[in-house]
Design a protein around this ligand. Structure first.
Ligand SMILES: *[C@@H]1O[C@H](CO)[C@@H](O)[C@H](O)[C@H]1NC(C)=O
Ligand SMILES: *[C@@H]1O[C@H](CO)[C@@H](O)[C@H](O)[C@H]1NC(C)=O
Ligand SMILES: *[C@@H]1O[C@H](CO)[C@@H](O)[C@H](O)[C@H]1NC(C)=O
Ligand SMILES: *[C@@H]1O[C@H](CO)[C@@H](O)[C@H](O)[C@H]1NC(C)=O
Ligand SMILES: *[C@@H]1O[C@H](CO)[C@@H](O)[C@H](O)[C@H]1NC(C)=O
Length: 333
C-alpha cells in the first residue's frame, strides 16, 4: 500500500466525488451490478445492442479481453441501462442469430464450426436455480474434432438469462462447481477443459444491453490490473482516452484498479499444447484462485470491494497522460 502515497494525480476531493461515486457504488453493490462497456472510440454510437460486463462487489472484477491486456478503457453505463440478455461467461454473442437468421446477440449460436450441440443448448436458459445451470453445463457439451480429445464447448453453447442478476448467480455457481471434478474426468483433463482459452471459463460475464446512446453513458473509465497508479508509456488506451477528453469533458472519469484482464482468469500461466490444439492453464490453482477471491470478497463485505473505484480530475488525468503519452510530434524522429 506504500506506493499509493506517491501517486502523481489526486482523486477528486471527497465532496465532489460523492455524487457520481455514490451512484456507481450503489449499482456495484446492487444485485444487477454495474455495467462496463469496453471501447476505444468514445464518439461513435451504433444502433445495435452491444455487450458489456457487469462488475458486482461479490465477484472478482473482470472485463472482456481478447488476449491478456494490461489496461482497458470504455463507458460506465447508467445504472438503469436496459439489459437484453445476460451470459454467465463469454457467450460469443456476435455469432448468434434469431429464428429468421438475423444477427441477434440474444439468439442461438449459428456457426457450423461451433457444432450442433452448441446450437441446441444455446438460446434462453430455463433452469430452476443457478446451481442447475452449473450442473447442466459442467464439462458439457463436449466438442469433438477428428483426431483430438473432446473439449468443453461452453462459450458457444451457453444459454442466456433475462436479467444480469441471474447470470451473476450462475457465474458464481459455475466457478464454485469448477473446483470439483466432473464424472469420469481426471484432474489434468478437467484443467484442460475448464481453462481452454476461447472456449471455456472466463472471469468476465457478457451482459447484452440495448443500443448505447450518449445519454446512457454515466462516466468514462480507465481500468487496469494492479493498484491505483498513473498511466505509463505502455498505456496507449489511456492516451486515447486523454485525446478524447481534451476536446470533450461531458463525462466524469473513473479509474478502476485490480481488474482481471486475462483469460481464463488472473494468475494463470497458459501454454500452447499442440497435442490438444489450444492454449491451456498449466496449474489448477488458477481455477481455485478465482473461487478463493470470491470467498474473500463475500467475507469482507461490499464496502471493502468498493475500493477498486475512484474518480479522477480530468485536468490531473491529462497532466499524467501528457507525461506518459508524449506530445505526438516529439515522437517523430
Ligand atoms: C461529447 O461527446 C458526446 C459523445 O460523442 C457528445 O454527445 C457530446 O455532444 C460531446 N460534447 C461536446 C461538448 O463536444
Ligand atoms: C463507427 O463504428 C462502426 C461500427 O463499429 C464502424 O464501422 C465505423 O467505422 C465507426 N466510425 C468511425 C468514424 O470510427
Ligand atoms: C439438436 O436438435 C436437433 C433438433 O431437435 C436434433 O435433431 C439433434 O439430434 C440435436 N443434436 C444434438 C447434437 O444434440
Ligand atoms: C475433457 O473432458 C473429457 C470428459 O472427461 C475428456 O474425455 C477429454 O479428454 C477432456 N479434454 C481434454 C482436452 O483434456
Ligand atoms: C501451482 O501453483 C501453486 C500456487 O502458485 C504452487 O504452490 C504450486 O507449486 C504450483 N504447482 C505446480 C505443479 O507447478
Amino acid at each position: 500500500m506504500v506506493g499509493r502515497a506517491f501517486l502523481c494525480f489526486l482523486a477528486v476531493s471527497a465532496s465532489q466525488a460523492s455524487t457520481i461515486l455514490d451512484e456507481l457504488l450503489g449499482a456495484f453493490k446492487s444485485e444487477e451490478g454495474l455495467l462496463f462497456r469496453a471501447t476505444k472510440d468514445f464518439s461513435n454510437f451504433t444502433q445495435w445492442p452491444e455487450s458489456a460486463c457487469a462488475l458486482r462487489w461479490d465477484l472478482p472484477p473482470a472485463l472482456y479481453v481478447v488476449k491478456a491486456e494490461t489496461e482497458v478503457t470504455g463507458f460506465v453505463l447508467q445504472p438503469k441501462m436496459q439489459v437484453e440478455c445476460a451470459y454467465p461467461v463469454n457467450g460469443n454473442s456476435a455469432f448468434r442469430k434469431d429464428a429468421k437468421g438475423q444477427k441477434d446477440l440474444c439468439g442461438h449460436t449459428d456457426n457450423p464450426a461451433a457444432g450442433r450441440e452448441a446450437t441446441n443448448m444455446s438460446g434462453d436458459c430455463s433452469f430452476a436455480s443457478p446451481k442447475d445451470y452449473a450442473q447442466a453445463y459442467f464439462n458439457i457439451p463436449q466438442r469433438h474434432l477428428l483426431g483430438f480429445d473432446g473439449f468443453w464447448n461452453l462459450n458457444w453453447a451457453t444459454c442466456h438469462f433475462g436479467k444480469a442478476q441471474e447470470a451473476l448467480e450462475a457465474q458464481k455457481a459455475l466457478w464454485q462447481l469448477a473446483t470439483k471434478l466432473p464424472p469420469a474426468t481426471t484432474a489434468q483433463q478437467w484443467l484442460r477443459n475448464a481453462s481452454k482459452v476461447g472456449f471455456a471459463l472466463t472471469a468476465f460475464n457478457e451482459i447484452v444491453v440495448a443500443p448505447v446512446h450518449s445519454a446512457d453513458v454515466r462516466a468514462v473509465f480507465w481500468a487496469h490490473s494492479g493498484p491505483f497508479r498513473d498511466p505509463g508509456p505502455s498505456d496507449w488506451k489511456a492516451c486515447m482516452l486523454a485525446e478524447f477528453l481534451k476536446s470533450n469533458n461531458t463525462w466524469p472519469v473513473i479509474e478502476v484498479s485490480d481488474v482481471i484482464l486475462e483469460r481464463p482468469t488472473s494468475n494463470c500461466e497458459i501454454k500452447f499444447d499442440a497435442s490438444h490444439l489450444g492454449y491451456y492453464a498449466t496449474n489448477a490453482s488458477c481455477l481455485t484462485g478465482y473461487v478463493e477471491a470470491m470467498k474473500d470478497l463475500e467475507q469482507q463485505g461490499p464496502a471493502q470491494a468498493a475500493r477498486i473505484f475512484r474518480e479522477l480530475e480530468v485536468s490531473s488525468f491529462l497532466k499524467a497522460t501528457e507525461k506518459a503519452c508524449g506530445g505526438g510530434s516529439e515522437l517523430v524522429v
